[in-house]
Design a binder for this molecule. Structure first.
Ligand code: HEM
Length: 327
């Protein structure tokens, strides 16, 4: 279905190395509990090439496990399990690659920061206790909110990519934005982040006031992230996203650990030149908190660890609050 040509053995090894997100919501992934939120309308992207009415493209790793455990009972005798798995893999991975390639075509490094911020503003509305918000594409209905100023550009960029993907295999906005945010990181030299597919779109805005405000101090930020299920370490790792963009943390189009190195310098305290412009109040607040400071020092010294922790926290972020297509 995609123009991408794969070698079967590479596909299988890709699948085997595709790690399932540690904190993913397996329970909500297995069935779409639309009844849980009766007043909310979720949209299921229709598929053009499904034969059975079921969708065979989501929840990659789990799906492969299911295939492996059941295929011996359902496969025709002349079809080996290997070739069956490879076919399933081709379909799943080609959708993922299709989205990635479409995003890469429209997203230059200069646009990556805005796209990553869009992913946070869609997912960051999640609240564990209310089971509300999260990665559901609702940011499209929230673009006029002050905290989302400037994000229309990023949506416009992704619209182009989405229409290309939709022509071959309809994709939800939630999946599109989740994958695009991960691509924004890797296109700028950050870690490769595998993003699971199959999210449903919510067709209305999330509640207001759920994103962190830049005026928060460290304890306010910690509380805010805790309500979304994130630890202090994950707050510090995710905040490293501010290495991209124009807040003065190194090269605006390079994803590296300069955010932490520059935070430790506290150069905003100096009156020289543009130093006072560096960072948001919320970034500066992190260095004043001992627990955050420990992680800032760790990530400033060890970029690999930052990349690994950012990757895992991002996967958790884009799985937060998501409703999934059923198997
Ligand atoms: C910790 C709490 C956070 C606060 C208070 C916050 C707030 C902000 C603010 C006020 C901006 C500036 C927007 C502008 O220039 O108009 C910004 C930029 C940005 N934020 Fe955050 N943010 C937070 C966490 C995050 C997280 C977790 C991510 C992603 C994982 C993220 C990604 C970005 C990016 C990439 C930019 C640069 C956008 C650009 O230059 O176009 N932020 N953030």
């Amino acid at each position: 279905m995609s123009s991408t040509v794969f070698h079967s053995h590479l596909l299988v090894s890709h699948i085997l190395s595709f790690k399932f997100p540690a904190n993913s919501q397996l329970s909500s992934a297995s069935t779409v509990k639309l009844g849980v939120k009766p007043i909310k309308a979720y949209s299921l992207p229709t598929t053009t090439n499904d034969v059975s009415g079921q969708n065979h493209f989501c929840v990659l790793n789990r799906r492969i496990l299911v295939l492996l455990s059941t295929s011996q009972f359902v496969l025709p005798l002349n079809e080996s399990m290997d070739s069956f798995c490879v076919k399933a893999a081709e379909l799943d991975i080609s959708e993922y690659v299709l989205i990635k390639e479409a995003v890469r075509k429209v997203m230059s490094k200069g646009k990556a920061a805005g796209v990553l911020r869009l992913a946070f503003h869609d997912a960051g509305t999640f609240e564990v206790s209310e089971d509300s918000g999260g990665m559901n594409g609702s940011v499209l209905y929230e673009l006029d909110r002050p905290e989302n100023a400037g994000l229309k550009k990023s949506v416009k960029i992704l619209e182009k990519a989405k229409s290309q993907v939709d022509a071959l295999k309809p994709v939800s906005w939630a999946d599109m934005i989740a994958v695009a945010g991960a691509e924004a990181v890797s296109v700028c030299g950050g870690p490769l982040i595998p993003v699971r597919l199959g999210r449903l779109d919510l067709m209305e805005p999330d509640a207001e006031g759920k994103l962190p405000q830049e005026s928060l101090d460290a304890s306010g930020l910690k509380q805010c992230f805790q309500k979304k299920g994130f630890s202090t370490q994950q707050l510090v790792a995710l905040s490293g996203a501010h290495t991209l963009g124009s807040k003065g943390f190194g090269n605006p189009t390079v994803f590296d650990n300069s955010y932490y190195k520059i935070l430790l310098e506290k150069s905003w305290l100096s009156s020289a030149g543009m130093s006072s412009m560096i960072g948001l109040p919320s970034d500066r607040a992190l260095v004043e908190d001992n627990e955050c400071l420990r992680w800032i020092k760790t990530y400033a010294e060890n970029q690999n660890m930052f990349f690994e922790d950012f990757k895992n926290a991002y996967i958790k972020l884009v799985d937060s609050g998501a409703r999934w297509k059923s198997l």
